[in-house]
Design a protein around this ligand. Structure first.
Ligand code: UD1
Ligand code: MG
Length: 477
């Protein structure tokens, strides 16, 4: 037996804590080509929620153990954490062992948890670490209770109530299976005690795996004390193993996000049909109407009205803006803007204050200055429009010649008549006036009128003669 296990918990000079997040498993039950740690949950990958809880608990060193689809998981989770590779999935104990080379000289605490428990709150982790620091036990673990804890490891306590070991469900006796206290798999150990005990773990169990849970019994047998901290809210320990559990976790997280927003001064008319990702920010006195979806890095200002039936992704919206039944993607929207119903604001748009975009208007990569109005049925793509210009119904920028995209530049205070086609590249000067129905394929100088259409002709009595011809035709049949 090593020195460290001889006196587990006896002392560690440092009060730092590193987190080990186990995410190397195959996650067969997800039945997915996408590795489980990367399944999106309220806008970020599943395991990012766990990383985030660690960070918010003040843990700066986070090591994620990857194995199955290791490269994809690393790329998807980002490079602000360290990674350890578990080449072969031989159990949770072996996964922790994979971190040894990174931590062999480390003398602080380690928090060990799985990468599929996205509902954990930072406060819960902080309480666990603090308990370990105060008691200097050989290990501190969270526990939870369920009338039927089938599938989970059970916490076996001795006659004096102290934790003796954890038995996995599959290895448990009928008496042990009746235990309601189960192991959520969230632990804090002095690092070197953990690694010393891991050396003693064997795989002589039903699954033939190296169980991390065996470390508890080993530390105890070496004279160490195991502290258990029952969780206040055991739904935090909910693991995601199937897509049913993923949806369940999403609905709990979503409710938390909405509650936070409501308590900060956002009105949510119908929380049951409002979907807001975890990083979205919404200002005070904004109202989110039913069927509103706010995704990614979206930021909404104060006093806005968003929805019903609106989807906004990775966009920034100013104050006092109204967006009804519309979609906005990767765009910047100013203050006092009105959008919708039924507008599609595609990536790369910038709408200055008091712009008005009405029904069936599509914008893409377009910059609209203050008070531009495009109220109906337009496509404005790869364009710049100066302030106070009016875009009539059915105006279309022809930005694509089948090979390349071209820009349309329109000055300020211009009037673009109904059904104008602007064949790019083309520039319309300040204050210019384009007559309705004009295809414009040359630049229009400032303050001039452009009219490009067939001269209208009228044929008197033509319609009357046509009707008479029609009547003769039918009479002759
Ligand atoms: C584990 C616990 C069990 C606990 C349950 C809570 C063990 C032996 N048992 O069981 O007591 O009640 O969690 O959810 O730990 N992993 C790896 N490499 C491996 C195997 C697993 O990284 O070789 C990772 C998995 O990706 C997962 C975590 O370790 O994140 C737990 O492994 P899993 O096989 O799901 O253990 P459970 O059977 O859920
Ligand atoms: Mg599991």
């Amino acid at each position: 037996m090593s020195e460290a296990t001889a006196q587990p918990g006896a002392g560690y000079p440092s009060s730092e804590c590193a987190a080990l997040i186990l995410a190397a498993g195959k996650s067969t039950r997800m039945r997915s080509r996408l590795p489980k740690p990367l399944h999106p949950l309220c806008g970020i990958p599943l395991t990012r929620h766990v990383i985030r809880a660690c960070r918010h608990a003040g843990i700066s060193r986070v090591i994620v153990v990857v194995g199955h689809e290791a490269e994809a998981v690393r790329a998807g989770l980002g490079d602000d954490v360290e990674y350890a590779l578990q080449a072969e999935q031989r159990g949770s104990g072996d996964a922790v062992q994979a971190c040894y080379s990174l931590l062999k000289d480390y003398r602080g605490l380690t928090l060990v948890l799985a990468g599929d428990v996205p509902l954990l709150r930072p406060e819960t982790l902080t309480a666990l670490i603090q308990r370990q620091m105060q008691t200097r036990a050989a290990a501190t673990l969270l526990t939870a209770f369920l009338d039927d804890a089938t599938g989970y490891g059970r916490i076996v306590r001795g006659a004096d109530g102290s934790v003796e070991k954890i038995v996995e469900h599959r290895d448990a006796t009928p008496e042990e299976r009746a235990i309601k206290e189960w192991n959520p798999s969230i632990y804090c150990f002095p690092a070197q005690d953990l690694f010393a005990a891991l050396k003693e773990v064997r795989s002589d169990n039903i699954q033939g795996e190296f169980y991390l849970t065996d470390v508890i019994g080993i530390l105890r047998q070496c004279g160490g004390r195991i502290e258990a901290l029952p969780m206040e809210d055991s739904s935090e320990a909910l693991g995601v193993n199937t897509r049913v559990e993923l949806a369940n976790a999403a609905s709990i997280l979503r409710q938390r996000i909405l509650n936070r927003l409501m308590l900060s001064g956002v009105t949510i008319t119908d929380p049951a049909t409002t979907y807001v990702d975890v990083d979205v920010q919404v200002g005070q006195d904004t109202t989110l109407e039913p069927q509103t979806f706010l995704h990614g890095s979206t930021v909404i200002g104060e006093g806005c009205s968003i929805g019903p039936f609106t989807r906004i992704c990775d966009s920034r919206v100013g104050d006092n803006t109204t967006i009804v039944s519309s979609q906005v993607v990767r765009s910047q929207i100013g203050n006092g803007v009105r959008i919708g119903p039924f507008a599609n604001i595609r990536p790369g748009c910038q709408l200055a204050d008091h712009v008005k975009i009405g029904d069936f208007v599509e914008l893409k990569n377009a910059t609209l200055a203050q008070r531009v109005s495009a109220s109906h049925l337009s496509y404005i793509g790869d364009a710049e429009v100066g302030e106070e210009t009016n875009i009539g119904a059915g105006v279309v920028t022809c930005n694509y010649d089948g090979i390349q995209k071209h820009r349309t530049i329109i000055g300020k205070g211009a009037f673009i008549g109904t059904h104008t086609t602007l064949i790019a590249p083309v520039t319309v000067g300040d204050g210019a006036f384009i007559a309705a129905g004009s295809p414009i394929n040359q630049d229009v100088p400032a303050d001039s009128l452009a009219i490009a259409r067939e001269k209208m002709s009228v044929k008197p009595d033509w319609a009357k003669r046509w009707r008479e011809k029609k009547e003769r035709f039918h009479a002759g049949r």
